[in-house]
Ligand binder design. Structure first.
Ligand SMILES: *Cc1c(COP(=O)(O)O)cnc(C)c1O
Length: 242
């Protein structure tokens, strides 16, 4: 934050957003998806609020953040932009769940019972239910976060039973694969689980998969929300964060 965002940076963000949106529209056509069925979540982690404002001013409303304190700081800094939709997509420590419950509209990274319970208990009464996706681990040992597909039914039952969170779908962060076909193969069981889940509940409408590096495979595999950072805001400089 506090980093200088120049006029040329704003223009680059606007141009990148237009390009990514166009790419999504083309991929929808290519993979026989309904036009407009894939939403774009702009992942703005590590980027200054001015970068988010630049995206907002060309129509972007949904923003994804990974780090709790950074997400909350941006939420307050941009509170005048009342129609921003804040999505939390990062790992959740239980002592940070309250801040998330108080500020975010969505959480994509619900990966254990304790977090689901806390988010529901801590959701303020004056806010609508928190929209959540269950994070699924589809890469086995290579990734630690997420429930396995065999644990998914139990997690769905738990989330459905909690009053102040609303299950909207599934999210995954697969390990990097060598090519498009391998990416699709990894997504295949998740897509099947999502189709089954959405048959049972009309509120289930979100399959949160796809990042800058695997948009085609994710859209081919039924993504309804892609989470794109680098292709919109440029590479992240983690050294500047500390
Ligand atoms: C950082 C991040 C993204 C965006 O990744 P890019 O490669 O920059 O598009 C998407 N999802 C999650 C969970 C992330 O942490």
């Amino acid at each position: 934050m506090g980093v200088d965002v120049k006029d040329e940076d704003r223009k680059a963000i606007a141009a990148n957003l237009a390009l990514v949106s166009q790419q999504i529209a083309l991929l929808e056509q290519q993979y026989h998806r309904i036009a407009g069925s894939v939403r774009l979540l702009a992942v703005s982690k590590t980027k200054p609020v001015e970068a988010l404002e630049a995206a907002y001013h060309v129509g972007q409303r949904a923003f994804g953040e990974n780090y709790v304190q950074e997400a909350v700081d941006k939420y307050h800094a941009l509170s005048h932009l009342t129609d921003i939709e804040w999505h939390f997509i990062g790992p959740i420590q239980s002592n940070k769940s309250r801040l998330i419950a108080q500020t975010m509209a969505w959480v994509h990274s619900v990966d254990r019972e304790k977090i689901a319970r806390r988010l529901s208990e801590q959701r303020p009464d004056n806010l609508p239910p928190l929209n959540v996706c269950i994070q699924v681990n589809i890469s086995g040992e290579e990734s630690k976060a997420g429930v396995s597909l065999s644990e998914l039914d139990d997690m769905v039952a738990l989330v459905n039973h909690l009053p102040n969170i609303q299950l909207r779908g599934l999210m995954a962060i697969p390990a990097p694969q060598v090519d498009h076909d391998a990416q699709c193969r990894v997504y295949e069981p998740l897509q099947q689980a999502f189709i089954e889940l959405s048959k049972s509940d009309r509120m289930i409408d979100t399959l949160s998969i796809g990042m800058s590096a695997d948009l085609p495979a994710a859209i081919a595999s039924g993504s309804t929300m892609v989470r794109v950072g680098t292709a919109i805001f440029g590479a992240r400089d983690y050294s500047a964060k500390a």
